[in-house]
Design a binder for this molecule. Structure first.
Ligand SMILES: Cc1cc2nc3c(=O)[nH]c(=O)nc-3n(C[C@H](O)[C@H](O)[C@H](O)COP(=O)(O)OP(=O)(O)OC[C@H]3O[C@@H](n4cnc5c(N)ncnc54)[C@H](O)[C@@H]3O)c2cc1C
Ligand SMILES: *[C@@H]1O[C@H](CO)[C@@H](O)[C@H](O)[C@H]1NC(C)=O
Ligand SMILES: *[C@@H]1O[C@H](CO)[C@@H](O)[C@H](O)[C@H]1NC(C)=O
Length: 434
């Protein structure tokens, strides 16, 4: 395969990507730009992101721009910028989700603080601190950036063979339809239930239930503005309380307000599937004592299922030999920091550049090792911070509990750490390591 867009001469090795979600496509865009022959194998029949919102912070916008400025442009085409002018540096505004119990007279809906960051303005991208996109739209924008023929659909990975040196030392992938494919190396971007990870660790590293599940609703903008007012409906909010929190922010250029209600009820997840059917009554019962207007809206416009939060905390390396993991397959986190997809974008930037800087098959493992050395500490920390951020918002974090000034300083510090990452310095460090 020739260098697809002529940016750099083609490398004498190829990368198979398992999974064409946000992470897999971002990696493919990066690799193609670096002149690395690459192919995506996706289990689904087509690009099929769920129609949910996803939010990106300044670090994610920076990663997109670094992989390819065209990715940032695609993102901006579908990002929603409907916040008021004085809220463009605000990530979300923290509010009381229920009436205060500490005698200060605060009622549900009252402001606690605005979490702000000026960093995004300094980037000069024309983005805001928090940009919401509709996943499926963003995936479509990214798909436009890869040449036809880069993706094979209906290729569900079932097994991997590591070929011996005499057979060229590559990797053979086996798919559910009986077909197979070979490449010099494979990167598993196959999500939280990754088959690639299963192969790598003999199914010993598995996601864990964090004790939380979420309900999702998409509320028509007009109605939300009527009921909640423009300031609340069109700017991002996070309502905290005992045993849960609720996030709301506009998506689809403000046409819909995405609302997510998260519950921690101290019980195990009793369903076979991570997504289970839900009813209006479930929501009303789980959010008893919460902001009644919000609960009513969520229960009316919920998408009729609740999803359990699982994440992946572990200390195993993200690669072995010619097999590497990226995105959720390596470090799935809860949605509590809104950082999961951004971590996959950062991974894609580092990994594509490391693979673009080597010139022979023998160096593949060194590139994976260097990637692991910079990405594992950061991404595992994000998984832990995301878990703790959820607990803090639910008033169950030790040392913080329902002390709102401690909550504010804890939450502010977590986000700043996620946002203020110098990715170019990280790449330089990985290159030195190689
Ligand atoms: C409800 C929800 C809300 C979230 N909100 C946010 C947010 O606001 N901000 C944020 O940054 N992150 C958020 N996240 C996390 C974010 O969605 C993930 O971190 C991100 O999508 C990871 O991308 P990925 O490409 O690694 O995995 P995925 O997006 O899961 O993609 C995996 C792909 O691999 C394919 N696949 C799976 N198995 C196989 C196989 N055996 N063979 C071939 N292909 C296979 C799948 O079909 C899929 O296309 C949220 C997650 C959830 C569940
Ligand atoms: C949001 O902004 C878009 C332009 O980006 C505009 O078309 C739309 O009307 C706005 N929606 C609201 C609710 O203000
Ligand atoms: C790979 O080749 C390029 C172009 O010839 C060169 O600039 C680069 O230093 C080489 N990389 C390594 C690791 O040798």
């Amino acid at each position: 395969m020739d260098s697809v867009n002529g940016v750099k001469p083609a490398k004498p090795f190829s990368i198979a990507i398992v999974g064409g979600g946000l992470g897999g496509i971002a990696l493919a865009i990066g690799l193609i730009k670096q002149g690395v022959p690459t192919h995506i194998y996706e289990a689904a029949a087509g690009f099929g992101e769920i129609g949910a919102g996803v939010i990106f912070g300044p670090n994610s916008a920076r990663a997109l721009n670094l992989i390819d400025p065209a990715m940032l442009d695609g993102f901006k085409r579908c990002a929603t910028f409907n916040e008021s002018a004085d809220r463009i540096h605000t990530w979300l505004s923290w509010r009381y989700g229920m009436d205060s119990r500490d005698g200060n007279g605060k009622k549900c809906g009252d402001l606690i603080w605005h979490l702000e960051d000026e960093e995004s303005a300094k980037l000069g991208y024309g983005t805001r601190t928090r940009c919401g996109v509709h996943r499926a739209r963003f995936l479509d924008e990214l798909a436009k950036l890869i040449p036809d023929g880069t993706v094979s659909f209906r290729k569900s990975l079932v097994d991997i063979d590591e070929l011996s040196e005499s057979k060229g030392g590559g990797i053979r992938l086996h798919f559910a339809d009986g077909s197979s494919a070979t490449a010099s190396a494979v990167v598993g971007c196959d999500g939280i239930k990754s088959k690639t990870r299963g192969y790598l660790f003999n199914n010993k590293i598995n996601p864990e239930y964090t004790g939380e599940y979420g309900y999702r609703a998409l509320v028509p903008e007009k109605l939300a503005r009527e009921i909640l007012g423009d300031d609340i409906a069109l700017n991002g909010q996070l309502y905290v309380g005992y045993g849960g929190f609720i996030i709301t922010y506009p998506v689809e250029h403000g046409k819909l307000i995405n609302m997510v209600g998260v519950v921690r009820n101290g019980q195990l997840w009793n369903h076979e599937q991570w997504i289970a059917p839900s009813t209006k009554e479930d929501i009303v019962k789980d959010f008893e004592g919460w902001h009644p207007v919000l609960v009513d809206l969520i229960s009316k416009f919920e998408v009729r299922d609740k999803w359990a939060f699982f994440d992946l905390i572990h200390s195993e390396k993200y690669y072995r030999g010619r097999i590497c993991l990226m995105g959720d397959s390596a470090h799935a986190s809860t949605a509590n920091l809104g950082a999961g997809a951004g971590m996959a974008m950062e991974d894609a930037f580092i990994l594509s550049n490391l693979l673009g800087s080597i010139n022979d098959t023998e160096s593949l493992e060194r590139a994976f090792k260097a990637y692991d050395s910079v990405r594992r500490p950061r991404t595992q920390k994000v998984v832990r911070l995301s878990r703790l951020a959820g607990m803090a918002n639910e008033f169950v974090a030790p040392k913080i509990w329902d002390d709102l000034s401690k909550l504010q300083s804890d939450i502010d510090a977590r986000y700043r750490w996620v946002w203020r990452e110098d990715l170019e310095a990280q790449l330089a460090e990985a290159k030195r390591y190689m």
